[in-house]
Design a binder for this molecule. Sequence first.
Ligand SMILES: Nc1nc2c(c(=O)[nH]1)N[C@H]1C(S)=C(S)[C@@H](COP(=O)(O)OP(=O)(O)OC[C@H]3O[C@@H](n4cnc5c(N)ncnc54)[C@H](O)[C@@H]3O)O[C@H]1N2
Ligand code: MOO
Length: 398
Amino acid sequence: MATVAEHRDRVAGLLAATPVDRLPVADCLGRALAADLTAPVALPPFDNAAMDGYAVRAADLAGADAEPALLPVAADIPAGRVDVPELRPGEAHRIMTGAQVPPGADSVVPVERTDAGTGQVRIGAEVRTGAHIRRSGEDVTTGSTVLTAGTSLSAAQLGVAAAVGTARLPVHRPVRVLVLSTGSELVEPGEPLQPGQIYESNGLMLAAAVREAGAEATLLRFVPDDVPAFHAALQPQLAGTDLILTSGGVSAGAYEVVKDALTGDGMEFGKVAMQPGMPQGAGRYRGGPAVVALPGNPVSSLVSFEVFVRPALRSAAGHARAHRPVRRALLTDEISKPAGKRQFRRGLFDPVAGTVALQGGPGSHLLSALAGANCLLDIPEETTELPPDSPVDVLLLD
Ligand SMILES: Nc1nc2c(c(=O)[nH]1)N[C@H]1C(S)=C(S)[C@@H](COP(=O)(O)OP(=O)(O)OC[C@H]3O[C@@H](n4cnc5c(N)ncnc54)[C@H](O)[C@@H]3O)O[C@H]1N2
Ligand code: MOO
């Protein structure tokens, strides 16, 4: 029986790094940056006012605490003005937040500390040299690395890329995943259910998990439980697919269409020392796209996706942080489990208390408990008993 680590490596080895495109920054949300981004300009690009007020020379306000200073307002500088005149000794310039500090000024007095005059301004307090000025390069210096290759691009990263003047970024293309669900017991949600039938949920759930992982999903539901029909359903999809992701039909039953259709064709089916998610398959489809065959029980499917597929999708798409964050937490319940299998139990992690409470039992059909969980407890193979207050590793799911 393979270990979790062995199967994880096998799945990761099936996916090559995806190609790189140069996309407009606005289209890069969720992608991984493919090369370091260096700043062609400094941030801020010029010394600018941090407050609406008056640009002055601090020396001109010496003694203003005792005797208010009266300065002529020689210029008005709104944000965006590019022809900023020099401030001469004894003058003030009215200035707005973000506007360029005029040459000759060394500080800004907020308007609240003045009489807000426009022809001349009365200032009743001294000012510290440099007050309320944001210096050029304080945030980013020209030529410095703003974002490193492998960064996952979210709002703040796209913001800083735009702020240093970037129009396009080199980003990895997402992995293209074809999600298949098979099983003659499956019914489209919304349709009536006959005894013996269940609603199809794995396909929809896995396609959502694929998209949440930053990959592209095409969903093919209700692929017939018939080997020729299974191959026929795949053919038109193969060209644009990097990974075929199936669920169900991989264990020991008499009607295991995934296993029957794929065995011996570059695929390996076997058991992994894990609970849930023991039966697994991985390989290639006729020398082409990678295939990962997950077990059909819904919790087994999604937990297997988390443990094996998500990290592989994210690594192939260039994300430096491919794995879920792991925390150490104190168990509020007790756990008994068989030796020899690494168990991933569903839990609710409380980051303030540093504790984790089990959500539901170990059964791989208990999907509502997974829907109420925010983490997976990762219990080592050799462990059989854990009393309350035991420290455990938890993988954070959100
Ligand atoms: N004799 C043995 N029986 C089983 C073994 C075993 O080793 N020997 N392993 C068990 C374990 S563990 C698991 S996990 C399951 C995996 O079975 P399959 O991958 O073959 O999945 P199915 O039999 O097709 O379905 C299992 C279960 O999941 C439901 N299912 C399947 N697809 C969907 C879907 N798209 N949406 C919602 N639900 C789905 C299906 O109806 C079944 O209830 O095998 C055990 N048996
Ligand atoms: O391994 Mo199965 O996934 O326990 O139910």
